[in-house]
Design a binder for this molecule. Structure first.
Ligand SMILES: [Zn+2]
Length: 224
């Protein structure tokens, strides 16, 4: 059910790995009927369409380098100016640096869109518990969770009886490193926006399901 976005808002989503940011973004998109704009999608779309920006980005990525702030800003500028964003949008994965944030603030002001920050705050220990409980089937890729969606007795995949395993990505030390990287990168950005936007929501996502957490974010946006 599409609802009016609270104002003509550009909702900036921030949240560490494991916060359910992707799910929350999708729920917001469905509820408010606004497009979900992510850096990954913008890059893929431009590379596939063979645009000038896409060709530049592909050459940089193929050489193993990171796409510059300037190029990401140009991709975002082109995307956010499109007609489907005129009534509001959800931004995910952009901006990623303070320089990108400054450029975005100018663009939103020009387009008459209000920046609204949603920062999904999570308890590190909850993330660790959730992610380290994940198991997957090496054969078919089915994902299980020892707490919420256990495999068959004996730790076997329901589809093909293969013993499920923990993926390297789900090991605690890997998760801890990703979490620390995220904090190091994002905290300065969150601080930057906290001093600049009127509506800045820190939403604590806890033990609930991603759907429950999404609903909490929706209510926060509608009432805040
Ligand atoms: Zn399987």
């Amino acid at each position: 059910m599409a609802n009016a976005t609270p104002g003509k808002a550009a909702i900036l989503m921030f949240g560490p790995p494991g916060s359910g940011k992707g799910t929350v973004s999708k729920v917001l998109m469905a509820r408010f009927g606004t497009p979900h704009v992510s850096t990954g999608d913008m890059l893929r779309e431009n590379v596939q369409a063979g645009t000038e920006l896409g060709r530049q980005a592909k050459a940089i990525m193929d050489s193993g380098k990171l796409v510059s702030d300037e190029l990401v800003n140009r991709l975002a500028d082109e995307r956010i100016r499109r007609a489907d964003c005129a009534g509001g949008l959800i931004l995910d994965g952009y901006p990623r640096t303070i320089e990108q944030g400054q450029v975005l603030m100018q663009l939103l002001a020009e387009l008459g869109l209000e920046p609204v920050v949603v920062f999904l705050d999570v308890d590190y220990n909850i993330i660790i518990r959730r992610l380290t409980a994940r198991r997957s089937c090496p054969k078919c890729g089915a994902v299980y969770n020892l707490e919420s969606k256990p495999p068959k007795a004996g730790g076997l995949c329901e589809a093909d009886d293969t013993p499920v395993a923990i993926r390297d990505d789900d090991r605690e030390e890997v998760i801890r490193q990703r979490f620390l990287n995220y904090e190091r990168q994002t905290q300065p950005l969150v601080d930057f926006f906290a001093g600049k936007v009127k509506r800045f929501f820190r939403v604590t996502v806890g033990e609930g399901s991603p759907q429950e957490n999404s609903e909490r974010v929706v209510q926060t946006l509608l009432n805040g």
